[in-house]
Write a protein that binds this ligand. Structure first.
Ligand code: HEM
Length: 494
C-alpha cells in the first residue's frame, strides 16, 4: 500500500503537476490559435500547403538532419514537393517557414528585400556576429553600409589586391606543397584561404598572431551550430568568450594601425585601412564597434566558403581527366601570351585572370553540384500574398538552390559538366552567391582568389584521389568524407 501511495504521490508531486499544467496551457493556446486563425483567415487565400506539426518542435529534427548531408536537403525538398507542390510550409524551432518555389521564389525574395521581408538570423547567431555586422542589418541602414563596402570589393578594387593574393598563392605552394607525395586538399585550401583573407582584411602574415586568431575564430564558429545556452562549459558560452577575445585582438590592431596611418598615411592596401579612413556625407568616421563587427564578418565569411569550393573543385577535376586537361591548356595559353609579351615570371594581371574562362566554368559547375549555402532565410514584415497563398507577418521565407538539380533548368543535372556554362542559365536558377541587396559582398574576391589558386596548382602539380568513391558530406559546407586526400606529383617547380 505504502509503495502504491509513494507511486501516486510521485505522480501528483508538485513538479509533475506543474509539467501537466504547462502542457495543458500550451495545448489550449495552440487550439485557440488554430481556431481563431481559421475564422480570421476564412476570407484570406489559403496558407501554403504542408504541415506545421506540433508547437515549437514541428519538423525541427527532420530539417536539421536534411541539412547535415550533401544530398539531404535536396531529397527532403523533393519529398515535400511530391506531396504538397513547389511551395510548402513547415515549422522549425518554433518558426513557421515557407519553402519558396524555384526560380520565381528566389526572384521574389531578392526583388522585395526590405519591403515585404527582412534578412533573418536567429538571435544567437546575430549576437555572435554583432549588431553592426552587415549580415545582421536590414533596410536603409544596410543599404547605407553596403554603399561603403561595395567600393572596397568591386572589380576595380580587385586589381589593387591581386598582387598580394598572387604572392600569397606562390608562397603557399612553395611552403606546403613542394616535396609532398600526399596531401589533405581541404587542409591546404583552408590554409590558403585563411592566409589570403587575413592579408586582404588586416595585412596579417602567417605566424603566432594569425594562429591565435584562427583558434578563436574556430571556437566562435562552433557557437553557430551549438545549443544557445550561455552557461560556463557550454559551447555557446565559449563562442561568446571567443568573440570577446577576437574583439580585444582587433582593438590592438586598430590602435597599431592608427599609429601607422599617422606616420605613413596608409601605405597598406587592405580593408582595415579603408574602414579606418572612410567617412560619411557629414565627414564622420565609422565607429570602432562597426569596424570590428564587420572585420569579424569578413574573416569568417571569406574563409571556409572559398576553401570548401576549392577542395571540391580539386575533387571533381581529379575525377574528370578531360577537365584537368582543359584547364591545363587554358593556363598554358595564358603563360604563352605572357611570355610573348616578355613577362616570363609568376606575376598575374587582371587580364590574365579574366582569361581563365574555362577554369571559372569548372568552379561554377562545382558550386552548382555542391553549393556552399543551400538556403537563406527572410522574415516577413507584413502579411503577404504569393501565388495565391497567404503568408502571415513574422513567418520565414526560404530561398534555396534546389533548381541546381532540376532537369528543367540543367540538363542531366547530376553530371559534372563545365561545358554547360557556355550558355547562361535562366534567371534566378543559379544563385550560389545569393542575390538582391544581401548578395555576397566577396563575390569578386572569392572568384579572383580561387582562379589564382588553380592557376598555380595546374601549372605545377597533377594529382589523383586516394578514395575516388568516398561520400560527400556537409560539415557545415560540402566536403569529401576524407577531406579530399590526394597523391600529388610535381610537374614543374616554382
Ligand atoms: C565561394 C565562396 C563564397 C560563397 C559561395 C559565398 C556565398 C554567399 C551567400 C550565398 C551570401 C548571401 C546570404 C544570404 O543572402 O542569405 C553571402 C553573403 C556574404 N558574403 Fe559570401 N560567399 C563566398 C565568399 C565570400 C568571401 C571571400 C567574402 C569576403 C571577402 C564574403 C563575404 C560575404 C559577406 C560580407 C556577406 C553578407 C552580405 C550582406 O549581408 O550584405 N563571401 N555569401
Amino acid at each position: 500500500m505504502a509503495t502504491v501511495w509513494n507511486g501516486l504521490s510521485f505522480m501528483f508531486s508538485e513538479d509533475s503537476y506543474m509539467t501537466l499544467m504547462i502542457i495543458l496551457a500550451i495545448t489550449v493556446l495552440w487550439l485557440f490559435w488554430s481556431v481563431s486563425s481559421y475564422f480570421r483567415d476564412r476570407n484570406q487565400p489559403p496558407l501554403p500547403p504542408g504541415n506545421l506539426g506540433f508547437p515549437f518542435i514541428g519538423q525541427t529534427l527532420e530539417y536539421l538532419s536534411a541539412l547535415s548531408t550533401a544530398d539531404g536537403l535536396q531529397e527532403w525538398i523533393q519529398k515535400k514537393n511530391d506531396r504538397y507542390g513547389p511551395i510548402f510550409k513547415w515549422r522549425f524551432m518554433g518558426l513557421p517557414m515557407v519553402m519558396m518555389d524555384q526560380p520565381e521564389g528566389n526572384k521574389y525574395i531578392y526583388q522585395n528585400e526590405g519591403t515585404s521581408h527582412h534578412i533573418f538570423w536567429p538571435f544567437t547567431i546575430s549576437t555572435l556576429f554583432g549588431p553592426e555586422s552587415l549580415l545582421a542589418q536590414s533596410g536603409d541602414q544596410h543599404k547605407l553600409a553596403r554603399r561603403y563596402f561595395n567600393k572596397f570589393f568591386d572589380h576595380t578594387a580587385m586589381s589593387r589586391y591581386l598582387p598580394a593574393v598572387n604572392r600569397n598563392a606562390i608562397r603557399h605552394f612553395t611552403k606546403y606543397w613542394q616535396g609532398k607525395d600526399e596531401l589533405v586538399a581541404l587542409d591546404m585550401t583552408n590554409l590558403y584561404t585563411f592566409s589570403t583573407i587575413c592579408k586582404l582584411v588586416l595585412t596579417l602574415e602567417e605566424g603566432p598572431q594569425m594562429d591565435k586568431l584562427l583558434f578563436q575564430l574556430d571556437m566562435w564558429a562552433k557557437g553557430l551550430t551549438s545549443l544557445p545556452i550561455n552557461l560556463p562549459g557550454f559551447q555557446y558560452c565559449k563562442a561568446l568568450k571567443a568573440r570577446k577575445l577576437i574583439w580585444e585582438m582587433l582593438d590592438e590592431l586598430l590602435e597599431q594601425r592608427r599609429r601607422e596611418l599617422a606616420e605613413d598615411h596608409g601605405s597598406k592596401i587592405d580593408i582595415l585601412n579603408n574602414l579606418l579612413t572612410v567617412t560619411d556625407e557629414q565627414g564622420n568616421l565609422l565607429q570602432d564597434s562597426c569596424i570590428k563587427d564587420n572585420l569579424l564578418l569578413l574573416l569568417v565569411a571569406g574563409f571556409d566558403t572559398s576553401s570548401s569550393v576549392l577542395a571540391m573543385a580539386i575533387y571533381y577535376i581529379a575525377k574528370h581527366p578531360h577537365v584537368y586537361e582543359g584547364i591545363v591548356q587554358e593556363h598554358k595559353m595564358i603563360l604563352d601570351k605572357k611570355c610573348a609579351r616578355g613577362r616570363d615570371d609568376e606575376s598575374l594581371t587582371m587580364d590574365d585572370v579574366s582569361a581563365m574562362k574555362y577554369t571559372w566554368r569548372v568552379i561554377k559547375e562545382t558550386l552548382r553540384l555542391q553549393p556552399v549555402t543551400v538556403a537563406g532565410y527572410r522574415k516577413t514584415v507584413t502579411n503577404l500574398e504569393y501565388k495565391g497563398y497567404y503568408i502571415p507577418k513574422d513567418w520565414l521565407l526560404v530561398w534555396n538552390q534546389f533548381a541546381n538539380y532540376n532537369p528543367e533548368h540543367f540538363e542531366d543535372p547530376l553530371k559534372f559538366d563545365p561545358s554547360r556554362w557556355e550558355k547562361p542559365p535562366a534567371l534566378y536558377t543559379y544563385v550560389p552567391f545569393g542575390g538582391g541587396s544581401h548578395m555576397c559582398l566577396g563575390y569578386e574576391f572569392a572568384k579572383m582568389e580561387m582562379l589564382v589558386f588553380i592557376h598555380h596548382l595546374v601549372q605545377h602539380y597533377s594529382w589523383s584521389l586516394l578514395d575516388p568513391n568516398g561520400p560527400i558530406i556537409r560539415d557545415p559546407f560540402p566536403r569529401a568524407f576524407d577531406k579530399t586526400l590526394i597523391s600529388v606529383k610535381e610537374i614543374r617547380s616554382f
